[in-house]
Write a protein that binds this ligand. Sequence first.
Ligand SMILES: Cc1cc2nc3c(=O)[nH]c(=O)nc-3n(C[C@H](O)[C@H](O)[C@H](O)COP(=O)(O)OP(=O)(O)OC[C@H]3O[C@@H](n4cnc5c(N)ncnc54)[C@H](O)[C@@H]3O)c2cc1C
Length: 384
Amino acid sequence: MPEKIKIIGAGVSGLFLGCCLKKNNFHSIIYEKDSSLSPYGAGVNLSKNATLLLDKVGLLDKLVPLGYLPKQVHFRSFDNASIINSHALNENSNDFISVDRRDLIDVLKNYYLSLGGELIFGHKCIKIKDSEIYFDNKQKTSTDLVIACDGIKSDLRSKYFDNLNPKFSNLVAWRGLISRDQLPSNTFWDQINIHLGPHGHVVHYPINKGKQINFVAIKKQTKWEEESWVSKGNINELLSNFSSWNKNVLELFSKSDNLHKWGLFERKPIKNLVKGNLLLMGDAAHPMLPFLAQGSCLAIEDAYSLSELLKNNDQKKSLFNYQKLRIKRGNEIQFRSKLQGHLNHLSNGFLIFLRNLFLKNFGKRIQESIHKYNAIDEIKHLPN
Ligand SMILES: Cc1cc2nc3c(=O)[nH]c(=O)nc-3n(C[C@H](O)[C@H](O)[C@H](O)COP(=O)(O)OP(=O)(O)OC[C@H]3O[C@@H](n4cnc5c(N)ncnc54)[C@H](O)[C@@H]3O)c2cc1C
């Protein structure tokens, strides 16, 4: 069993891994490059494959009172918001939750600290060599195992795994939050709505106990010229990109006051997740386009799986099994997320007809095929 475990990055994967390791009586330290955790306000959907694990670790009960439990997903046409297909969520249990990312990070951080976890800020990892981790502030520390949870921009992945950088996907996302009381009081806003249109789609759903509506609007764009991957969004640019869309969507956009625009970047599927005593996790391992709302969910699956696998005394075997389980799942969902984008953004009338027919007949089954993944069972079924 590794005695010294070091985690690089305090996002969803790093913090949840810290919680899981603490629960399993491992000592770990998280090193974060920034001087504090100041996540942007935006919604995150967490489906059963993740909430099952949050529950197991004792975190779901802390999140549910802060989030929102949607009852339905509606797929709609972009022009008149007519329903293409709807299916139910949270039918028999509260296993799908929409939360503010700030709440998620806060709950994870507070729980990790309450379990006695150490979180050290202002430490940007720049090199790992011979079981030593080097930081940009000239400090270094020794380790038995180091887990790179440093996000899609992961320098550790580029440096030690594939020597590649993320590439712009030709897609941008505007994200905004609107107070619920600024919108009409009808029930249109109370569920997850996904409007599908040519070359783009829009998702909106309530968070913060239903007091705010979060939206993400995706559109094709050939270049990303900003230095940062996130910039302040311009409302007029957003409205002109979606001018032919239904009035509900336009109303939502026009009321948004804290708009951000993101370049969506992607990486090629990875071949290995483990190199010596260095592991990749979360977006560092399998960053994905956000069209299945699975990035954080998979980070949660990764973290839980590793912390369970490490209970085995044979570290080599634990790491082998981590790679085996997580590379398959990560690469599959990464591929399916990209495919979902192509389906969402069709512009040919006949293909749209076929897609809508497909959604009506198989939409629920497709979603369930992703959400039913059970990391606990997957580990149980590994050969001895
Ligand atoms: C528009 C959009 C919508 C999304 N919606 C959903 C959703 O509904 N559901 C869902 O499950 N997912 C969603 N996601 C994906 C989700 O946000 C990510 O998959 C998730 O945040 C990844 O977590 P992470 O911990 O791997 O990386 P991050 O959250 O990026 O955290 C990485 C951390 O590492 C730190 N760091 C980086 N480099 C270093 C270094 N060298 N040394 C020390 N620290 C370092 C960073 O400062 C950061 O704190 C969405 C993403 C986008 C863009």
